[in-house]
Design a binder for this molecule. Sequence first.
Ligand SMILES: Nc1ncnc2c1ncn2[C@@H]1O[C@H](COP(=O)(O)OP(=O)(O)OP(=O)(O)O)[C@@H](O)[C@H]1O
Length: 350
Amino acid sequence: MVEYLLEANSLTTSFKIDGEYYPAVDDVSIRIRQNEVLALVGESGSGKSATAFSLMGLHRHARVTGEVFFQGKDLLKNNERQMNKIRGGDIAMIFQDPMTALNPLMKIKHQIQETLRIHGTGKKSERESYTIELLDRVGIPRPERVAEAYPHELSGGMRQRVVIAIAIANRPKLLIADEPTTALDVTIQAQILDLIRELQDDLGSGVLLITHDLGVVAEMADRVAVMYAGQIVEVAPVRELFMNPQHPYTRSLLNSLPSEEQLGSKLHVIQGVVPALNKMDRDGCRFAPRIPWISAEEHEHQPKLREIAPGHQVRCTCYKNFHLNTSMDHGAVEQRVEAHQMEEGGVDRR
Ligand SMILES: Nc1ncnc2c1ncn2[C@@H]1O[C@H](COP(=O)(O)OP(=O)(O)OP(=O)(O)O)[C@@H](O)[C@H]1O
């Protein structure tokens, strides 16, 4: 029997719109093993952040149902005090915008020491030196000086390193990173991703990496869950997903990734947007309106997620007859996956 670090079953998070609740996360089940990076990928509005916030018990006005087992306990049954002990302790989160995660009025050293204190890590006398060690560990030059700084005195990249230092301070077993590099420029993005990967390896933590960037997925993930309109539509090991994508949404996403030659030119984009929560047909294939050239009979009523190969699940029958209406080019993606696997030294981490 496989022991999962995190196991969410039928997680459903509904928001109230005009007096009615509508699920933004709709019967989502995900599993993360120790030392595994699961990427949750999808366009804006597909429900990725709502999923992460639900796992962490951070929604104040939503209705959340299902089970979220972490170390054998259902987090959804915890009260706020118990969740506060877990957040920043065994489960840490890295958000998109470091400025929202940091207190603008507190020196960096006090913010790190605070998280150490709350979770009882180290004696008071040790926390100061541990703070410097942490800043050094996340690649901050002259950590003693940065420790005395306020967030606004640092660059975006440095601030995100501080956020990561805070996240790893109590050696979390699970890291949830919600678009951790979106707010940063490209060179810094690569450095931050390398850092997260390195720290994850050191700590042996599981990671839920939320992103809309398939390049990031190719470089970071072990497995990928693709989310559309609140549902997981495809799950597969990273290589399988890029080499053998099945769900029309996954294939459209991959097709919208530029190859080297296409960089700077117009991309193939998927027409349309993720439907609003109160405007979608919840009984049919939710992606159907965006692939009108696929006939209604090819879709399933209330599509289920089914295993089509070991570890590879796809929702709806429409994938069987799906074809893109533009020419496909997976060359760029394949190259990125190959590069990632080479860096891993050919070791299968799963
Ligand atoms: N507090 C809320 N109240 C009502 N609707 C919400 C709330 N938070 C999110 N939603 C809706 O839930 C859906 C999923 O949003 P969510 O932010 O989880 O998507 P996402 O995939 O993380 O997108 P992004 O990358 O833009 O953050 C969207 O339709 C969004 O408008």
